[in-house]
Design a protein around this ligand. Sequence first.
Ligand SMILES: [Mg+2]
Length: 125
Amino acid sequence: MTKVLVIDDSPFIFKAIKKALTPKGFEVVDNASNGQIGLEMVQKYSPDIITLDVTMPVMDGIETARELLKLGYSSKIIMLSAMGDEALIEEAKSLGIQHFLSKPFKAEQMLEKVQLILEGKGSAV
Ligand SMILES: [Mg+2]
């Protein structure tokens, strides 16, 4: 089963992702509320896909992405951005992050990104 880890400080986003992906056979394993907890959970679950929020307390999405890149997760990350995150998105792209989704998103959009990753395709938006 494809394991998805959600690193996001919004429990509503976690619920939305779970609702979008669980009926399609994905296992949404857990919700880390910041990057620091996220990195611990990455070690614990070895997820196939990680959704990564840009703006979070303690350790934000950019700093977390840097650490995840060192662990080889660059192509498995979907970065979730909100209005105002544009500069940080550019930074994430320059780091090599390939998949982005802006909030709010529809279930089909999340599913589409997940499938792109599973097919090994990049999608610079
Ligand atoms: Mg946030």
